[in-house]
Design a protein around this ligand. Structure first.
Ligand code: RIB
Length: 302
């Protein structure tokens, strides 16, 4: 039976330390106890969409090691189909080093490991990608693999270009993407346009992209939806975040979930800003991803 959403992307073990302040270059700081948490933008988006009630398959690669088994088990416990989660014998599972400071902001360094072995051939025949209503992509796997998945997808292609790829993006990929979801920084890097620091500039920049629809996430400022040459700003709920890790991931999952349900992009973004905000009210990547009921509860209490 085809799934609602196929996620093609990364699985990482997050090594997380809470710190008072993120260190400056050359500075050493002492933090709290080390936590080992399931993460990776791809796996986070898969788990988030499953917790929001959709059927989901994860297409990716982990190492043939304990961390890979741990990440696969967590995906399965959340009801995510892992038939196309492949193992790479010679390379370890991806790892992310994360420091979270007291206001919830973070810095992340990813060692991609097996994620970088997910090849165009791995994805071009993967049934969930061919059959799913939505195909959700990020940028922690090789760009040619993202392109290959976008080429074979029959459903709506959603691309969250995070982290912003260093290499030039093939124009064909932007053409194949139905909904692009960058944050402000990713939009800057993707377009090569300098600092984008106003709503007007965001709108002007998005208009230069060939994608049919774009949603730019703005953190505490919400999001801007650009579709049919019209821009709509969606404000975010006012909250005091604990940990912003994976807020962008649950936002993307909520967009895919809403589009499966037939909502339009503005309705989808109105829900997604709430899901993203609720995610920041709990700690850790996958542990923080809310169900639909938890979104309302957390925002009421937070
Ligand atoms: O978006 C958050 C994720 O980015 C973390 O879980 C980490 O693994 C990195 O991929």
């Amino acid at each position: 039976m085809p799934v609602d959403i196929a996620v093609v992307g990364s699985c990482n073990l997050d090594l997380v330390v809470n710190v008072e302040h993120i260190p400056l270059v050359g500075q050493t700081v002492l933090g709290g106890d080390l936590q080992q948490i399931p993460g990776g933008k791809g796996a986070n988006q898969a788990v988030a969409a499953a917790r929001l009630g959709k059927s989901v398959a994860m297409v990716g690669r982990v190492g043939d090691d304990e961390n890979g088994t741990f990440l696969q088990t967590i995906l399965e416990e959340n009801g995510v189909n892992t038939e196309y989660l492949l193992r790479t014998a010679s390379i370890p599972t991806g790892v992310a080093l994360i420091a979270v400071q007291s206001d919830g902001d973070n810095v992340i360094v990813v060692s991609p490991g097996a994620n970088s072995e997910l090849s165009p051939e791995d994805v071009m025949d993967a049934l969930p990608i061919l059959e799913a209503k939505m195909v959700l992509l990020q940028a922690e796997i090789p760009i040619e693999t993202v392109l290959s998945a976008a080429r074979v997808a029959k459903g709506t292609v959603i691309w969250n270009p995070a982290p912003a790829p260093e290499e030039t993006i093939p124009l064909e990929l932007l053409d194949l993407v139905d909904v692009l979801i960058p944050n402000q920084r990713e939009l800057e890097l993707l377009t090569g346009i300098g600092t984008i620091n106003s709503l007007e500039k965001i709108i002007e920049t998005v208009k230069t992209l060939p994608c049919s629809s774009t949603i730019v996430t703005l953190g505490a400022q919400g999001a801007v939806v650009m579709a049919n040459n019209e821009a709509v700003h969606i404000p975010a709920p006012e909250i005091s975040p604990i940990d912003t890790t994976a807020a962008g991931d649950s936002f993307c999952a909520a967009i895919a979930e809403s589009l499966v349900d037939g909502k339009d992009l503005v309705e989808a973004a109105q829900w997604a800003v709430q899901v993203g905000a609720a995610t920041t009210l709990a700690a850790g990547a996958q542990p923080s991803l809310p169900t639909s009921e938890e979104v309302a509860q957390r925002l009421k209490n937070g």
